[in-house]
Design a protein around this ligand. Structure first.
Ligand code: GLN
Length: 486
C-alpha cells in the first residue's frame, strides 16, 4: 500500500475515490505537492497546470459525489508535451514552438477529458521526440529518479520519470522507435506501445507519421489497460485509425497465460546486450515459463537492418513533417529581409542540432538520384522485417526480449556520438517498423539498483494478451522498488 496519495496506482485510487474515502482535490494536491518538491531536481515537466488541474479535480469530486463517475474520474495524469491540449502551450521540447498554444485537444486528450482525468501538465521530451535520453530537449534534460546522474531514457523521458517519481498516477507518451518502452524500462515503470492505428494521432504533433503511436506509461499493467481502453478506437479525424472494436482490456487481465507460446528470438540475446540485463530478462522468461508459458526459439533474421531502415524512413518523414515550421505560421520568427531568409533564420535559430541533422538526412534520402538507393531500399527492408514477425508469430503467441541492451546510461555519455545513441533502440525499433504492439515491464534491477525492462511483443491488435501476460508476471512476485534518489 502506498505511503502518500500520489503513490497510488489508478486502480487503487479509483476504489478510494468511488468509496469517497479520498477526494480528487486531495489526490491532485498530493501530486502537485510532489511535483513542487521534486521538480527542481527532476525537470520532468515543461509546463505544470496547477489551476486547470484544481478546477478539473473539483469537477471530478462533484461527479463522484453524484455517483456518476466515468472510469478515470479524478485521476491525475501527465501528458507528453507533443500532445495538444486546448489553451495550454505545446512546445514539443523545441524552442521553435516555445510560445505555441494550440486551439484544440488531441483526440486522446479529449477522450481522457471525457473519462474524467485531471491534467497535471506537459512533460519533457527530446525535441520533436527525436532522441533516446531527453537530452535533446530545448528545456534542459530530465534526470533519472533512480540516479540523478543518469538519463531517464527518451524521448518520453519526462513522462516516465514523472510516473516513477510518483508525481502523477500515470502519463501518456508517444513511441516512434521505442520512446515509450525505453524510458519506461530506464525508469522502472510499465509502458505500452499499441498497434499502429489502434490509437488516434489527431493532435499528436507529427514526427514520422507511419510509425508514431500514443500509449500509456503507468505503475502497473492493470493501469495501462485502463488508459488504453480510454484512448483507443476509431476517430473520424484520423483516417489511419482502425475501426476495430476496443476490447475490455481490464476484463481481459483475468485470463490464464498457461499454454501461451513465448518466442525467444536469438538475434536479441547475442552481441551488445549487457550481461546483467540479459540475466534479468532470462529470469523473467523462466518466471513466465513457471506459470505455464511455453518458450520456443524463434528467429528474426532481418533485425540487423532495423536501425538503418528506421533512420532513413523516420528522417524522410520528419523532413516533410517539419517543413511547416517556417517562422510564418508557428512559433519563433526571426527578423529577415526576404521570405527565404525568414525561413532560414527562423529554422536555424528554432531547431536544435539533432533535429537539424535528421531534417538534412531525410531530405538527402528523398532527393532525386538517392531515393531508390536509400528511401526505397529502406522500405524494402521494412517489408522483410515485418515478414520476419509474421513468420515468427506462426510459431509463437508473444515474443520476449529486453527493452534496451543496457540500463540507464550517464548524462552526456552518448551525446557526442549520435550513432551510439541510436543503438540504444536496437530492440525497440523493429516493432514500430512492423506496426506491432509491445509492452515494457520492470523485471528487476542491476547491481547499481537501476531498473531493467522486459519487452513482450505481440501480433497486431494483441494488446489484450500482452496486458494479461504483463499482469500475470506482476502477480508472480516482482515488486517495484521506489526510487531512492529523490
Ligand atoms: N530514439 C528513437 C529516435 O531517436 C525513437 C524516438 C521515438 O520513439 N520517438 O528516433
Amino acid at each position: 500500500m502506498a505511503n502518500a496519495l500520489n503513490d497510488l496506482t489508478i486502480t487503487e485510487a479509483r476504489r478510494l475515490l468511488v468509496e469517497r474515502k479520498i477526494s480528487a482535490v486531495e489526490l491532485t494536491k498530493a501530486c502537485l505537492a510532489r511535483i513542487a518538491a521534486t521538480e527542481p531536481r527532476l525537470n520532468a515537466f515543461i509546463t505544470v497546470c496547477e489551476k486547470e488541474a484544481a478546477l478539473q479535480a473539483e469537477d471530478a469530486d462533484r461527479c463522484l459525489s453524484a455517483g456518476d463517475a466515468p472510469p478515470l474520474c479524478g485521476i491525475p495524469i501527465a501528458l507528453k508535451d507533443i500532445l495538444t491540449v486546448r489553451g495550454v502551450r505545446a512546445t514539443c521540447g523545441s524552442r521553435i514552438l516555445e510560445n505555441f498554444v494550440p486551439p484544440y485537444d488531441a483526440t486522446v486528450v479529449a477522450r481522457l477529458r471525457s473519462a474524467g482525468a485531471v491534467f497535471l501538465g506537459k512533460t519533457n521530451l527530446d525535441e520533436f521526440a527525436m532522441g533516446s535520453s531527453t537530452e535533446n530537449s530545448g528545456f534542459g534534460p530530465t534526470l533519472n529518479p533512480y540516479d540523478l546522474r543518469r538519463v531517464p531514457g527518451g524521448s518520453s523521458g519526462g513522462s516516465a520519470a514523472a510516473v516513477a517519481a510518483d508525481q502523477c498516477l500515470a502519463a501518456l507518451g508517444t513511441d516512434t522507435g521505442g520512446s515509450i518502452r525505453q524510458p519506461a524500462a530506464f525508469c522502472g515503470v510499465v509502458g505500452l506501445k499499441p498497434t499502429y492505428s489502434r490509437v488516434s494521432r489527431y493532435g499528436v504533433v507529427a514526427y514520422a507519421s507511419s510509425l508514431d503511436q500514443v500509449g500509456p506509461l503507468a505503475k502497473s499493467a492493470a493501469d495501462a489497460a485502463l488508459l488504453l481502453a480510454a484512448i483507443a478506437g476509431a476517430d473520424p479525424r484520423d483516417a489511419t485509425c482502425s475501426a476495430r472494436p476496443v476490447p475490455d482490456y481490464t476484463a481481459g487481465l483475468a485470463g490464464e497465460i498457461a499454454g501461451v507460446r513465448l518466442g525467444v528470438p536469438r538475434e536479441y540475446f547475442g552481441e551488445g546486450i549487457d550481461p546483467e540485463v540479459r540475466a534479468r530478462v532470462e529470469a523473467a522468461i523462466k518466471a513466465l515459463t513457471a506459470m505455464g508459458a511455453k518458450p520456443v526459439e524463434v528467429s528474426l533474421p532481418h533485425t540487423r537492418y532495423a536501425i538503418a531502415a528506421y533512420y532513413l524512413i523516420a528522417t524522410a518523414e520528419a523532413s516533410a513533417n517539419l517543413a511547416r515550421y517556417d517562422g510564418v505560421r508557428y512559433g519563433v520568427r526571426a527578423g529577415a529581409d526576404n521570405h527565404l531568409d525568414l525561413y532560414r533564420r527562423s529554422r536555424s535559430r528554432g531547431f536544435g542540432a539533432e533535429v537539424k541533422r535528421r531534417i538534412m538526412l531525410g531530405t538527402f534520402a528523398l532527393s532525386a538520384g538517392y531515393y531508390d538507393a536509400y528511401y526505397l531500399k529502406a522500405q524494402k527492408a521494412r517489408t522483410l522485417i515485418r515478414r520476419d514477425f509474421l513468420d515468427a508469430f506462426e510459431r509463437c503467441d508473444l515474443i520476449a526480449a529486453a527493452v534496451s541492451p543496457t540500463t540507464a546510461f550517464g548524462l552526456g555519455e552518448k551525446t557526442s556520438d549520435p550513432l551510439t545513441m541510436y543503438l540504444s533502440d536496437v530492440f525497440t525499433i523493429a516493432v514500430n517498423l512492423g506496426g506491432l504492439p509491445a509492452l515494457a515491464l520492470p523485471c528487476g534491477y542491476d547491481g547499481r539498483g537501476l531498473p531493467v525492462g522486459l519487452q513482450l511483443i505481440g501480433p497486431a491488435f494483441s494488446e489484450e494478451l500482452l496486458l494479461r501476460a504483463g499482469h500475470a508476471y506482476e502477480r508472480c512476485g516482482f515488486s517495484r522498488r521506489r526510487p531512492a534518489a529523490l
